[in-house]
Design a protein around this ligand. Structure first.
Ligand code: ADP
Ligand code: MG
Length: 385
């Protein structure tokens, strides 16, 4: 789950990671009120779940309350397009107003998971403000990379390696080491999958200050953090994905036109592969789960059908815990309730498959059945063509 910059900064504050003073506003009046409370100049920053806001005009400096008013009016409510939003942009409904600070130097800092080595990695670079991908290709020597074994945890030598890599001011070494240690602790204690600060700056007096903040939380660990769940901003997410989550369905919208519903993530991946092989493109990933109920099948169906791009549907279910007869009656009910106007191909195997097939055959609905996965995929690919 992605969270906003102002929320990530709230977490920073809890861990004593230095951030500029600021507050979040949903309208122009509140923006001006916060700015006047802080004292000028201030930065006005669009809060959307995407970076590159500076380049897209979503970060502006204001020297007085008139300028602040103008900036807030310009940013609030627009569809901000940045290199990370895609051409359609993202609507800005909140701005962070924070004290503008003078910058001695800009660093890049992140903590992420390295699945290859099953460790955490701290990346730090003196090329702050730039895309790290760009730095990695053009001047990889500017990146300090420190692996931390999560079982052993962060050690003092890791901290020194990062700080020396950045060449942080000697007289402020203590503050920098404490800042990096706090960021690591924040990452671990909140089950983050990414923490990125670009730029982490050196202030005029040499101390660290996080000017930007990006955090991605591990969805699978959110149940351990009821307080963080409130950070979810459904308006930043795909409405169908949000709806699916409310019903415990694993659904990701994709760009193709073959909707598919599968039980089990592995089978869902394989089904998407085979749809592609048959020359079509999947419109989604949908795993209703091994223990799906009839209600979940119905809901999954509704979600697929709410996607106007879907021109055909493939249902691929292996009846284990979810028996084929239960699935079949779920499908029949859903088709009757929802009214399906696109071709539907069903491939079913497993427990009670014969009863399941009979229910489909007796339903009087126009359903195409397939015996094998390849057969199912080529039938649905044919239909959408
Ligand atoms: P993004 O990465 O989405 O473009 P940032 O938060 O990194 O957004 O802001 C872009 C740039 O704006 C920063 O690199 C920094 O130079 C400047 N900036 C951001 N916040 C402040 C601030 N509080 N004071 C001064 N400059 C700022
Ligand atoms: Mg940034």
């Amino acid at each position: 789950m992605k969270i906003h910059e102002f929320q990530a900064k709230e977490l920073f504050a809890r861990y004593s990671v230095p951030i500029p003073d600021g507050g979040v506003a949903q309208n122009v009046d509140k923006s001006v009120e916060i700015g006047c409370g802080l004292g000028f100049p201030v930065a006005v920053k669009a809060q959307i779940h995407a970076g590159g806001r500076g380049k897209g005009g979503g970060v502006k400096l204001a020297a007085d309350s008139n300028e602040l008013k103008a900036c807030a009016e310009q940013i609030l409510g627009i569809k901000l397009v940045t290199p990370q939003t895609g051409p359609e942009g993202q609507t800005v409904s909140k701005v962070l107003i924070e004290k503008a600070v003078s910058i001695r130097q800009e660093f890049y800092f992140s903590i992420l998971l390295d699945r290859d080595t099953a460790s955490l990695v701290i990346l730090a670079s003196t090329a702050g403000g730039m895309d790290i991908e760009e730095t990695a290709t053009e001047s990889p020597d500017k990146i300090t990379r420190v692996s931390v074994n999560p079982l052993i945890g962060l050690q003092p030598h890791h901290l020194r390696q990062v700080a020396f890599g950045l060449g942080v001011p000697r007289e402020n070494m203590k503050a920098w080491l404490a800042c990096i240690a706090s960021l690591y602790r924040l990452f671990i204690e909140n089950d983050c999958s990414l923490l990125e600060i670009n730029p982490l700056i050196v202030t005029e007096n040499g101390s660290p200050l996080a000017l930007d903040a990006k955090i991605i939380l591990d969805d699978s660990a959110l149940f351990r953090h009821p307080d963080l769940k409130e950070y979810r901003d459904a308006s930043e997410e795909d409405p169908l994905e949000a709806e699916a989550r409310r019903h415990n369905l694993n659904y990701i919208r994709l760009s193709g036109n073959v909707g598919n519903m599968v039980n089990g993530a592995g089978l869902a991946m394989a089904t998407m592969d085979i749809i592609k092989r048959a020359g079509a493109e999947p419109a989604n990933f949908l795993d209703v789960g091994g223990g799906a109920t009839r209600e979940m099948v119905e809901k999954g169906f509704q979600i697929i059908l709410s996607d106007s791009q879907v021109k055909g549907i493939l249902i691929n279910i292996f009846g284990g815990i979810l028996r084929c007869d239960v699935l079949a009656s779920g499908i029949v009910k859903a088709v009757k309730n929802v009214g399906v106007k696109v071709p539907l191909v069903i491939r079913m195997e497993g427990t009670n498959v014969e009863q399941g097939r009979r229910i489909l055959a007796d339903s009087g609905l126009e359903l195409l059945t397939a015996d094998t996965l390849a057969d199912a995929a080529s039938k649905v690919a044919e239909m959408v063509r």
